[in-house]
Design a protein around this ligand. Structure first.
Ligand code: X8Z
Ligand code: ZN
Length: 598
């Protein structure tokens, strides 16, 4: 065999000094070369990603043409760098390496969310398209100037179908302008994926779960199959009650439910229609939104309350900089990205949230969701740059959600938010409240990426983007567009994660994992009783083991992290079914004379 010369050039554009480090070798790449390469990339990206995060933070907190341009420039530079490193990482594909090094090399290749081709023109266009899509969403308004927050309040509270329809269609006027740009993004990013050796971007996204992409797709479908009967029962009951409320002309007793009646802009969570679908005999038990206000909470106090839950488990309090640097309420005088997010700026202690928090029970949960990200980020800060992440994307989304399952009546009484714990006759109400958000979410969580997988693979084209979207909404959720959609419509674009390219299967996986985590935590706490009444508040034993899993970050394949905390290596929907078992009995009873399905 001919001796090849491997020339490894690692451009280390060290901030401010422009150093270029050339690691040259005239032999086949060795394990030592691979280790040196990984170490150099790690040092470089650790440093540069801090500046990248600062630029993104400023843009998300102050959206203007200028900050869009700045973020596009930095994003283009960083993508070019990451793509270059990913190309170089391929040189070590055939080497026998220790699993840690192999995992880091995989992360260099797969860590690029939206890859760009090597040529500078495509790379620059891609970054500009993405900055533009993102700000079209975040600065979008209905035709009458109403913001997403205002329109969402109508969706949550109005019971007038015309008003609901106007809010629903109004918000969807922001997205036709995204369609061509989105198609351009898909074409360029797929070219980038292909240059890295992947069939398309969807394939890359499915490859991030420590198993072959096709196996992951089958795994997601398997989990959905486990929980689908529960969802079907919920859809059937909710459809019947909406039919009682609005009549046959608005929602039929059979078929899919029109998407504007479920209390949420995307019909992804339905908790806001509890008053229409809840049991007559038993109330929700308490109205947490009202209780928060009655207890004199403000938005910051809601975040404090979330922090207090984590510290009760043994986590350290949030640093002072969290409080001075986070954005907790919507500013009046500038455009910001209101969609809630949690940030780690320096991969160490500079953690923050950014939310336009409203004083509602819904946002009380979102606060815990976001803090879950921050406590995870800080727990794995000692890990290598490449291992600073969730065991898989679903783990990251599930941490705060696990805590929200511990927001039980018992907990709320302990922290003084309610005076009386509802008796067992309140269980249906408690469970239905949660199911309307969490169980209703499951098919939505799955179909968002089913749509993108079809888009990136070319199965859907710009002409069929919208039809394909509604086909999936109907198939998985049993939901349909309330009015015919015209040829320009690009309804997926009206959901944050599409123009912002945030993969979404993570939320579906999180909705499964959070119940597995909750069950394991309750077992560790020595709890005996129905899962939905268990809170781990104040339990240091459960907290210590939870924290140990968080500290692992992405250093091991996710089954190892899952096993460390729950004792099993399989994701499994049976904890969801166990949690809602009493509700399923009630739903089946309600549905017994109805014809279900769509
Ligand atoms: O986007 C989020 C979080 C930020 S990671 C607020 N979530 C999904 C959504 O809003 O669509 C949380 C649940 C699903
Ligand atoms: Zn999240």
């Amino acid at each position: 065999m001919m001796k090849k010369t491997s020339l490894l050039v690692i451009a280390m554009m060290m901030a401010g000094c422009g150093t270029e480090i050339n690691i040259e070798s005239d032999s086949e790449p060795t394990a030592e070369d691979a280790a040196a390469f990984v170490a150099a990339v790690e040092t470089d990206l650790t440093e540069k990603s801090v500046f990248e995060a600062q630029v993104e933070w400023v843009n998300a907190n102050f959206i203007t043409e200028d900050t869009d341009a700045i973020v596009a420039k930095v994003s283009a530079d960083m993508t070019a760098l990451r793509v270059k490193y990913a190309g170089e990482a391929k040189k070590y594909n055939d080497l026998e390496l220790n699993p840690v090094l192999r995992r880091k090399l995989e992360s260099i290749k797969l860590g690029i969310n939206i890859p760009a081709p090597g040529n500078a023109v495509d790379n620059k266009n891609l970054a500009q398209i993405n900055a533009s899509l993102s700000s079209l969403y975040s600065t979008g308004k209905g035709p009458d100037g109403r913001t997403l927050g205002e329109l969402s309040r109508v969706m949550a509270t109005s019971r007038n179908p015309e008003e609901l329809l106007a809010a629903w269609t109004g918000w969807r006027t922001i997205s036709p302008a995204m369609k061509d740009k989105y198609a351009g993004m898909v074409a360029i990013a797929n070219k980038g994926a292909s240059e890295l050796g992947y069939p398309d971007v969807g394939y890359m996204w499915r490859s991030k779960y420590d198993m072959p992409a096709d196996d992951f797709q089958a795994e997601a479908d398997r989990l959905w199959g486990q929980v689908k009967p529960l969802y079907d029962a919920l859809q059937c009951h909710v459809r019947a009650k909406l039919n009682d409320q609005y009549g046959d002309d608005v929602v039929a007793k059979d078929g899919a439910i029109p998407a504007h009646l479920l209390g949420n802009m995307w019909a992804q969570t339905w908790g806001n229609v509890y008053d229409l679908v809840g049991p007559e005999s038993s109330a929700e038990g308490y109205d947490l939104t009202a209780q928060l206000k009655a207890a004199g909470y403000d938005e910051k106090q809601m975040v404090k309350s979330g922090e207090n839950f984590f510290t009760s488990l043994g986590f350290d309090p949030l640093p002072d900089t969290f409080w001075s640097r986070s954005l907790i309420t919507k500013p009046r005088d500038r455009e910001v990205v209101c969609h809630a997010s949690a940030w780690s700026m320096d991969s160490q202690d500079d953690i923050r949230i950014k939310m336009c928090t409203e004083m509602t029970a819904e946002d009380f949960e979102t606060v815990h969701h976001e803090l879950g990200h921050n406590f995870y980020q800080r727990a794995y800060k000692h890990q290598s740059y490449f291992h600073q992440g969730g065991a898989n994307g679903g783990f990251h989304e599930a941490i705060g959600d696990t805590i929200t399952l511990s927001i039980t009546p018992d907990y709320l009484k302990q922290v003084g938010l309610i005076d009386e714990i509802p008796g067992a006759d309140g269980d249906t109400g408690l469970l239905l409240t949660r199911a309307l958000d969490a169980v209703a979410f499951l098919p939505f969580g799955l179909l968002m990426d089913k749509w993108r997988w079809q888009v990136f693979s070319g199965e859907l084209t710009p002409e069929t983007y919208n039809e394909g979207w509604w086909a999936l909404r109907e198939k998985y959720q049993g939901i349909k567009a309330p009015v015919a959609r015209d040829g320009n419509a690009f309804d997926p674009g009206a959901k944050y994660h599409i123009p912002n390219n945030v993969s979404y299967t993570r939320y579906f996986i999180a909705r499964i994992l959070q119940y597995q985590f909750h069950k394991a935590a309750c077992d560790l706490a020595g709890y005996n009783g129905p899962l939905h009444r268990c809170t781990i508040y104040g339990n240091k034993a459960a907290g210590a083991k939870f924290r140990a899993m968080l500290e692992m970050g992405a250093s091991q394949p996710w089954p190892d992290a899952l096993e460390a905390f729950t004792g099993t290596r399989q994701m499994d929907g049976s904890a969801v079914l166990e949690y809602y078992a009493p509700l399923k009995v009630w739903l089946d009873e309600q549905n017994k004379d109805r014809s279900c399905g769509w």
